[in-house]
Design a protein around this ligand. Structure first.
Ligand SMILES: Nc1ncnc2c1ncn2[C@@H]1O[C@H](COP(=O)(O)OP(=O)(O)OP(=O)(O)O)[C@@H](O)[C@H]1O
Length: 563
């Protein structure tokens, strides 16, 4: 069964669309009085009444022409503006649903694919809304209006239109199925290629050192070739459908011309309800015949816009499919700044974990089974366990980056829940072993556009993290995506600087800060961390016994997470 994508059902056709599309339909319908006046004027000329008699109809034709152009332009403008607004709304919707997914969700769409669908493929929705939808509305009204006007003059003319017209949508529906499948295949290929390209570009250094650049280039070439074939398939269907429609439309108009011509010459004297058509009436029908097929031809020309639009909506839907969600995915906070300002400063929080059980959805590994832990306010603890023992998972659960587990996590006096997690996150700072560095200046990477962070605060934070002596870490220096330009230890210290400037952070969650660092750098990072953690609660996941020894307490997670 053919089901429409969910985004399609959510697609809003607000008043802008309706008014705009109706204006375009009205503009098309104005051709009827124009054609009537034109036929009348020619009839009068043929009657030999002289040129002055046609001045009035000619002026009216001109006025109607101007009105038509104005209505059409206004309609197109309104529809276009609404379509762009609708596209922005859909993008926000998809971005929100992507942001609601846990960063630990292994099924999250690849960044390249998400970027390609949201930025590039989603654009196909605009022609779908601006061209296909108004064309469909015109096809509903204009041929019907022409049929109603022509039928009382000649039943044969009406019959010709009636027979030729249904063949067109019938054929289009058949082609439409193929067109949609072809467009979907093309978009999947395009998204796949973008995802592959982005992924490999990120890992170019690895590929080069392992001598795998050739093989990657070959794979990319195959992908490009496949995309080319799929694009050609879409174009072939688009050309085929247009060609067939043009044929039907041309045949319909030709049949009408033959009938009217022979009727006016007296060769065919039936079909006009027992009378004979005048020259004016014949011309009127002849002028309307192409206008009858016009919306249908237009619909066929934009048929592949519909197919591409449907495919783009389906791709957006696949992106917004729910996966591993953040606890507050369905509790979008409003008035963020106000919330932060309202957060009472309570001093470092204690952390209580009671009967905590957790397994990743779809995984048979039980990471925690009824774990109990108490970390006192202001305490600095090291969490140690074998690799895969759940250290990072515990920190992620505390930070509300995974769905709520069974059992209770209480931070300060507030229990972690869908409602509280947003506010609780305001008082946490997360420092990971591989902090994400955005492409941009060091200043931007530390400030992260947070309110109230000027040059002085950022400089202070860099000095605290002992980055002020590193030439590559001056505030104005540009960093490459992924931290290019900084060493591993410098990147961790940059993450420290990010935490330093956060006045609300009194619970530090730190994931293996000294992993892969040399002894001296590890010592510097440890020192900076301890300094930062003064008066704050700090939980560090680590394998490093030297770092662990500097903490107030070491907690070893047993296998299976059972306390
Ligand atoms: N995103 C995920 N989806 C499913 N399972 C996961 C995910 N992340 C980790 N796991 C699994 O959960 C368990 C705990 O992993 P976790 O990363 O918390 O361990 P860790 O103690 O931090 O390990 P390491 O010291 O190697 O960093 C492991 O069995 C791991 O395979």
């Amino acid at each position: 069964m053919h089901t429409k994508p969910a985004a399609f059902q959510r697609l809003r056709s607000g008043t802008g669309f309706e008014v705009g599309s109706l204006l375009q339909v009205f503009a098309s319908l104005l051709w009827l009085p124009q054609a009537g006046l034109l036929a009348y004027a020619l009839q009068r000329l043929a009657d030999g009444v002289g040129l002055p008699a046609v001045y009035l109809p000619a002026s009216l034709i001109f006025i109607l022409g101007v009105l038509r152009a104005v209505c059409d332009a206004a309609g197109v403008r309104r529809v276009f503006k609404s379509a762009r607004a609708e596209l922005s709304r859909l993008r926000v919707q998809v971005a929100t649903s992507l942001a609601a997914r846990s960063p630990l969700d292994v099924e999250r769409p690849a960044s390249g694919l998400a970027a390609s669908v949201m930025a590039e493929q989603a654009e196909a929705i605009v022609p779908y809304l601006t061209r296909y939808r108004p064309a469909r509305l015109r096809t509903t009204f204009v041929p019907l209006a022409i049929l109603i006007v022509v039928a009382p003059l000649s039943w044969i003319a009406a019959l010709i239109l009636l027979i030729a017209a249904p063949l067109i949508p019938l054929f289009m529906a058949l082609v439409g199925w193929r067109a949609k499948a072809a467009s979907e295949a093309q978009m999947v290929e395009m998204g796949g290629m973008n995802a592959f390209l982005l992924d490999r570009l990120r890992g170019l250094a690895t590929l080069r050192t392992l001598g795998a650049v050739e093989a990657t280039a070959l794979r990319l070439q195959e992908s490009a070739q496949s995309l080319r074939q799929r694009t050609m398939a879409v174009l072939r269907i688009a050309f085929l459908s247009s060609a067939v429609l043009e044929l039907f439309a041309a045949l319909g108009v030709a049949m009408m011309a033959v009938y009217i011509g022979f009727h006016l010459l007296g060769q065919i004297d039936f079909g006009a309800w027992g009378t004979r058509l005048t020259l004016g009436q014949g011309l009127f029908i002849l002028l309307l015949a192409p206008a009858f097929f016009e919306p249908l031809r237009e619909l066929s020309a934009v048929w592949h816009d519909k197919a591409a639009g449907d495919a783009a909506l389906a791709a957006l839907d696949r992106l917004s499919a729910t996966g591993l969600l953040l606890p507050d995915a369905n509790h979008a906070p409003t008035g963020v700044a106000a919330h932060i300002a309202e957060t009472p400063v309570q001093g470092a929080p204690a952390v209580d974990i009671a009967q905590l059980s957790f397994a990743y959805p779809g995984s048979s590994v039980v990471v925690f089974n009824k774990l109990d832990l108490h970390i006192a306010a202001g305490e600095h603890v090291a969490i140690m366990a074998a690799s895969g023992g759940g250290k990072s998972t515990l920190l992620s659960l505390l930070a509300g980056l995974l769905p709520l587990p069974q059992g209770a996590i209480t931070i300060g006096s507030v229990r972690l829940s869908a409602q509280s997690v947003f506010l609780l996150r305001q008082r946490m700072a997360w420092i990971g072993q591989k902090p994400h560095i955005f492409a941009g200046s060091v200043h931007a990477n530390v400030a992260l556009r947070r309110a109230g962070l000027g040059a002085a605060e950022v400089a202070g934070a860099l000095s605290f993290a002992e980055l002020d002596r590193v030439a590559q870490a001056r505030p104005g220096i540009a960093l490459a995506e992924g931290g290019g330009g900084l060493s591993g230890g410098e990147a961790v210290r940059l993450a420290l600087a990010r935490a330093v400037v956060d006045p609300h952070a009194d619970l530090l969650l730190v994931d293996e800060p000294t992993a892969h660092l040399d002894q001296l750098t590890a010592q510097q990072v440890t020192q900076a961390l301890l300094q930062l953690a003064q008066g704050k609660t700090m939980i560090i996941a680590t394998h490093d016994p030297v770092l662990a020894a500097r903490m107030d307490r070491v907690i070893v997670l047993p296998a299976g997470g059972q306390a």
